[in-house]
Design a protein around this ligand. Structure first.
Ligand SMILES: [Zn+2]
Length: 80
């Protein structure tokens, strides 16, 4: 099972469809059981969609990092 940290690291690949089928399945499985990551991914997608509408294909790096920090605050402490 993927950890939340791993999922977040791979979230942009998942959204961009740059992922092997095996990995996608792992991500989907994690999303199935993890509400916070579902919420994070949804937010990330919205942000990317919003940004790319504004100025074509510039990756909203700063925004991603901001979201990531906000998100990490909401994560429960967990052992790896
Ligand atoms: Zn998670």
């Amino acid at each position: 099972m993927l950890s939340c940290k791993h999922l977040v690291e791979q979230a942009s690949d998942y959204i961009d469809d740059e992922m092997t089928m095996g990995k996608r399945i792992q991500v989907k499985l994690h999303l199935f059981v993890c509400v916070s990551c579902r919420r994070y991914l949804k937010q990330l997608k919205l942000t990317i969609a919003m940004m790319s509408r504004k100025n074509h294909h510039e990756a909203p790096e700063a925004m991603c990092h901001h979201l990531l920090k906000e998100y990490q605050k909401t994560l429960p402490k967990q052992g790896s």
